[in-house]
Design a protein around this ligand. Structure first.
Ligand code: MG
Length: 229
């Protein structure tokens, strides 16, 4: 089988950094609005910019700057704008911090199966993180895509000569890692991360249409796959 792994919040920590940065941003804008309002307005701007910028830290940083100007009615000072840019740099420069048991799990699963990374986000940043993770040698292919939709998975699998029925995708996001793969005839395993980005939340009614196994942690994957594929 070909086993695809999502990267952010599946192989390494990611969303915790965005959440911590959002809390700092809320503090910076504290004289103009309360934290909930700052967070909500930032999220609304991120969502509006999604089609322009795509995913990732650079997009998030531009949205923070826009939100700061918006929330402060243009009154935010340059020192605070500089601080926001630095928050973005800090997220970009953060080394890939691996999820528990990643290396042993990849070694074990890689003995039986061929492994790929399929991650979305900013190309340059994701390639840098794949390199800094030290995990690259475990993978046959590493792919950074703009969207994780059924069409993208289909194109990617056919590009690499992989049939959907031979493909299992592992990830923390149901709408990005699991549902689109099930839709094209592959399989998906959901391994939730403790915090989920608001954009990746799923309506439970939708989730109900698809049955995908959920594991509590990556450490459960080798034994589960041994029985399942
Ligand atoms: Mg993810």
């Amino acid at each position: 089988m070909i086993i695809g792994f999502d990267a952010d919040d599946t192989l390494w920590h990611n969303e915790d950094g965005f959440q911590a940065t959002t809390r700092t941003f809320e503090g910076l804008l504290g004289s103009w609005a309360d934290p909930d309002e700052v967070g909500n307005r930032l999220f609304a701007i991120e969502k509006r910019n999604m089609n322009r910028y795509g995913y990732g830290v650079k997009a998030f940083t531009l949205s923070m700057i826009e939100a700061a100007l918006d929330i402060s009615d243009g009154n935010i000072d340059t020192a605070n704008l500089q601080m926001i840019i630095e928050l973005g740099h800090h997220l970009l420069d953060r080394p890939a911090e691996l999820i528990d048991d990643v290396v042993t799990v990849l070694e074990e699963v890689g003995r039986e199966h061929t492994l790929m990374i399929i991650t979305k986000g900013d190309l340059y940043h994701q390639l840098a993180r794949i390199d800094s993770s030290g995990l690259k040698d475990h993978f046959w292919r590493t792919e950074v895509v703009a969207h994780k939709d059924p069409a993208t998975y289909s194109q990617l699998l056919s590009l690499h000569g992989v049939l959907p029925r031979e493909f299992v995708m592992i990830g923390n996001s149901l709408p990005s890692d699991v549902f689109p793969v099930i839709e094209i005839g592959g399989r998906g395993i959901h391994i939730p991360y403790p915090v989920t980005w608001a954009m990746e939340h799923v309506d439970p009614d939708v989730a109900h249409f698809h049955s995908a196994p959920t594991l509590n942690s990556l450490a459960e994957l080798p034994a589960f796959l041994a029985d399942w594929v």
